[in-house]
Design a protein around this ligand. Structure first.
Ligand SMILES: *[C@@H]1O[C@H](CO)[C@@H](O)[C@H](O)[C@H]1NC(C)=O
Ligand SMILES: *[C@@H]1O[C@H](CO)[C@@H](O)[C@H](O)[C@H]1NC(C)=O
Ligand SMILES: *[C@@H]1O[C@H](CO)[C@@H](O)[C@H](O)[C@H]1NC(C)=O
Ligand SMILES: *[C@@H]1O[C@H](CO)[C@@H](O)[C@H](O)[C@H]1NC(C)=O
Ligand SMILES: *[C@@H]1O[C@H](CO)[C@@H](O)[C@H](O)[C@H]1NC(C)=O
Ligand SMILES: *[C@@H]1O[C@H](CO)[C@@H](O)[C@H](O)[C@H]1NC(C)=O
Ligand SMILES: *[C@@H]1O[C@H](CO)[C@@H](O)[C@H](O)[C@H]1NC(C)=O
Length: 561
């Protein structure tokens, strides 16, 4: 080989290595989790009632996740997101974690930020935790996050940040592990947004990529005495929504949409956007009526938050990344919220990092390659939940869904909401390109044409069977639906397909055999905020036995015990 040729070979190899290293450089990951957002409350899903141009611009320039499932309620869903496991495998399957319970997501489980930190990431959380705080060890700073401005329980008032639960009342807002008295009166969505912008501004990309978990309080209802703490100026702009409570809910959604725009603009300002993955997802379906009702809409899907119908578990979500090929399209890949952990680990660290997860026994599967190049999702079945206390369970295998038993004795098993403003002409298409996010993705030449946007929105709009078929009462006998054809669960096929029914019942039994008992505990009187300067705190760290509180917390009010 001549010297010239050798040099050429060396140059090609070096260039090849540099290029592959560059294309492998790990993306920033921004995970925005909405709380209790209805399926029909984002513009890209077919309703134009609530303006969500920033979220929609990400959806059209990224991937609308059309077959995406979450768990039906907060704590189980968040536990699946953080661990990559079904709640039946972590003890988190029954209802939520109440703020006075002496329990949390088990400490032997590694969680998403810890896996990403192994790959060189720095992780931060802004917003709601809801996976345990009775001892500090359960809180975000002890589980892989470098900072946390936000709250530990399931909800609070958006202005004074107090949380009422089971007759207890106290402040729930933290900066790291300190009580954030200074944030009193600052609206929660604004606090979370500003903290997110600060994290992005202070991130040093030279030291590795960023994982930012933005867990909004929005659009969960506040305390019972002020369930919809919306900004009056935004409410006033939404006068086309006639029902006042729905209008206030819409204001909470619109404010969250604006927050998405500010985060995207900040990523662009700090030259991080073109190397970011942005996920926007709800944690569960909307509580349209009944407990925690915020006047969300899951139209036309059946059921509500905390039911196993599609309205409870089919989530509004998108994922955005410049790495996707074959855009524009709607993603038909089946995905469950537990899939994010392996999916993001593969996006961050490649196949080797994914192989390293094999010892963790995850239920989640990496959908990353299937999302990137429109491949086939490895996920064929989804266990929606098994709750042996409430006697409800549901599983989907391919297009078949089995629902056995139900919650609330069937009180929230109906269809709710109206087909308001669902025509393309009702929708403000100009806003998509003009809003902050629209401008940012246009700079990256990622916003598809108006015609493509219309096509995508149409493809992501769910329509039901015209007629109701055989009825279903899952309290009496298990029901079976073909959710591909019948996403609104109107035609029970249990009698027509007994073999399929048997197969799915069997799958459910197999899953049930692997379940661990739910970890719920009764409220602990030591948690009472009254004992701790009216704050929710790590009561388990300052106690020596079940019912006594020892006096070494700065917050302990001595005259109260
Ligand atoms: C949180 O605490 C840090 C350190 O004291 C401080 O710099 C920061 O401004 C605080 N954040 C908020 C939102 O108050
Ligand atoms: C992202 O944009 C910045 C600034 O324009 C540029 O320096 C960088 O190379 C881009 N990175 C990628 C992965 O495109
Ligand atoms: C995989 O695990 C091995 C052993 O713990 C570790 O050395 C390696 O860095 C990991 N690789 C990736 C890409 O995560
Ligand atoms: C179906 O639900 C009934 C009533 O709760 C229960 O007895 C039965 O064990 C369940 N079967 C399966 C396979 O889940
Ligand atoms: C279920 O629905 C899909 C979509 O409409 C259809 O292709 C499939 O044949 C249906 N399955 C059965 C068994 O009817
Ligand atoms: C799961 O198994 C337990 C016993 O281990 C049983 O009590 C329960 O009914 C089963 N549930 C389902 C859904 O099969
Ligand atoms: C107790 O709470 C008040 C605000 O309600 C605060 O001003 C005060 O500093 C707190 N006391 C301690 C010891 O943290």
């Amino acid at each position: 080989m001549g010297l010239g040729l050798m040099l050429l070979v060396v140059v090609i190899i070096v260039v090849g290595i540099c290029q592959s290293a560059d294309s492998q450089s790990s993306p920033n990951i921004i995970f925005i989790l909405a709380d209790d957002l209805g399926f029909n409350d984002v513009g890209f899903r077919g309703s134009a009632q609530i303006p969500t141009p920033n979220i929609d611009a990400l959806a059209y320039s990224g991937l609308i996740l059309n077959r995406y499932y979450v768990n039906p309620i907060c704590t189980p869903s968040r536990s699946a997101l953080m661990t990559g496991k079904y709640p039946i495998h972590t003890g988190m399957q029954h209802t939520v974690l109440y703020a006075a319970e002496p329990r949390g997501l088990p400490l032997d489980l590694r969680i998403l930020p810890q896996y990403l930190n192994d790959l060189g990431y720095t992780s931060h959380i802004a917003g709601k935790w809801h996976l345990g705080h009775w001892q500090k060890a359960y809180t975000p700073l002890y589980r892989g996050f470098s900072s946390h401005v936000g709250f530990w329980s399931g909800h609070h008032d958006y202005n004074d940040h107090t949380a009422v639960e089971h007759g207890y009342w106290g402040l729930d807002m933290r900066n790291g592990t300190d009580v954030a008295y200074n944030l009193h009166g600052q609206p929660t969505t604004e606090v979370i947004t500003r903290q997110s912008l600060n994290v992005i501004a202070n991130h040093n990309s030279a030291k590795g990529p960023l994982f930012l978990y933005v867990a909004h309080a929005a659009v969960h209802s506040g305390n019972p005495y002020n369930p919809l703490p919306a900004n009056d100026d935004i409410v006033a702009k939404l006068s086309h929504i006639t029902k006042y409570k729905r209008r206030k809910y819409a204001a909470l959604v619109a404010e969250m949409d604006e927050s998405v725009g500010r985060i995207v603009a900040q990523l662009q300002k700090y030259q991080m956007l073109n190397n970011s993955i942005i996920v926007f997802s709800t944690d569960n379906g909307g509580p349209v009526e009944g407990f925690n009702s915020n006047f969300a809409s899951n139209f036309p899907l059946r059921g509500t938050k905390n039911t196993l119908w599609e309205g409870g578990v089919r989530g509004a979500a998108l994922v955005w990344s410049p790495r996707f090929t074959k855009l524009p399209r709607v993603a038909q890949q089946t995905m469950h919220i537990s899939d994010w952990l392996p999916t993001l680990v593969e996006a961050a660290g490649g196949e080797q990092a994914l192989r390293n997860l094999s010892a963790a026994n995850l239920d989640g599967m990496s959908i990353w390659p299937a999302l990137v190049s429109d491949g086939i999702s490895p996920r064929k079945s989804i266990l929606h939940n098994i709750d042996n206390i409430w006697g409800s369970a549901a599983i989907t295998v391919d297009e078949w869904k089995l629902v056995n038993g139900t919650n609330y004795n069937g009180a929230w098993d109906g269809w709710y909401g109206k087909p308001e403003l669902r025509n393309p002409t009702d929708y403000n298409w100009d806003l998509v390109a003009k809003c902050v996010t629209g401008q940012a993705v246009r700079k990256l030449q990622m916003l598809p044409s108006r015609a493509d946007q219309i096509r995508l929105r149409k493809a992501a709009t769910v329509s039901c069977l015209d007629k109701r078929g055989a009825g279903c009462n899952p309290l009496v006998a298990p029901c079976l639906f073909n959710v591909s054809k019948d996403p609104c669960e109107k035609n029970n096929l249990a009698k027509q397909y007994p073999k399929v029914l048997e197969l799915l019942l069997n799958e459910l039994q197999l899953a049930n055999a692997t379940a661990v008992p739910p970890s719920n505990k009764p409220d602990d009187p030591r948690a009472n905020p009254r004992l701790w300067n009216y704050t929710w705190t790590n009561f388990g760290d300052y106690s020596d036995s079940k019912n006594s509180v020892v006096r070494n917390s700065p917050l302990l009010l001595k005259n109260c015990i």
